[in-house]
Ligand binder design. Sequence first.
Ligand code: FEO
Length: 403
Amino acid sequence: MHYHAPVTEKVFWIGTNDRKTERFENYLPLPQGVAYNSYLINDEKTCIIDTVEFSTAGLFIEKIEGILKGKKLDYVIVNHMEPDHSGALLDLMKYYPDAKIIGNIITLRMIKAFFHDFDESKFITVKEGDTLDLGHHKLTFAMIPMVHWPESMVTYDITDKILFSNDAFGSFGTLDGGIFDDELNFNFYEDEMRRYYANIVGKFGPQVNTAINKLGGLEIKFICPSHGILWRRDINKVIQHFSNWANFTPEEEGVVIVYGTMYGTTAKMANVIARELSWNGIKNIRVYDASKTDHSFIISDIWKYKGLIIGSAAHNNDVYPPIFTLLHKLENYGLKNRFLGIFGNMLWSGGGVKGIKKFADALPGLEVIAEPVESKGEPTNEDQHKLEAIAKAMAERLIAERN
Ligand code: FEO
């Protein structure tokens, strides 16, 4: 028993919804689950584009059998070898041993690394611009290296103008009922799509831009990514979102204040800054305790807003561990185009504020908008004035950017 999910007459969504896995890549929480999208083209020749994560392979095979009804499977295109898409490949090859596997030269290296007994004679190597004729449908391939693995490629259906876009334009969140953008409420997915982008693809903005420019010449009626919503009505909307995120362009005026505290002093300082921001006319203020909220959600909001204020208690002459993790990720992603405020707390030799300053020095695209504040123990009245000065400077800079 399966529901029918056609994309066009001969093209079907045969993906799976995973509401069971706690963490994507075993570290990013999945409160709204994730969909592993796979597609089947039931033409004279039959072809599957990417598979699903191993844990949902049983349902995946059932779906394929339900459509093919004993017909032979000719091809499996591997746009991406990360196991959330290649995990069911071995099972699929057991059910359909005559199917040829299609990928590029790096895909082959990866398949052999993952599956040591892989029979290389089953593999067809394609390169940029090669075509595959399925009868009615004609496919072609484009390489999008480092979006977000070196073997990443996309498949374009010339016949129905479908871009099978791999992880590009993907999102967290299961496909609950609808599969297309016009069947779903995007408001439900927007935050999860940004969190997906920032945490999975965020480091590779230049490569995303290259891919968007390369694919811009195609006539696209459908974008079918490997995760989340399939696009057919507002294609430009998802392209614009990914383009903005790749360029670190904030979505709206607002400030993320994130702090690490052991006994609450740094949290008090954060609240002073937040209140002063509000007094100065800023409405979107998100205050996060880095020990409580998973860093992936905080990073998503950092991608959304132009203002960022980071506070840390001193810990073993360094920044507090959850803040350390956050700074490490942001530095790794090359965060830029943000106003930055810095504060923290110490008692003897410090380390928190020093660590955040070091982070700021490493990222030239961050602009420190006021003198960092480091209180010794409980903040004094003078410290409070300096914290308020950070908030005022931030508000002034943001308001100056209003149109
Ligand atoms: Fe969805 Fe990079 O795997």
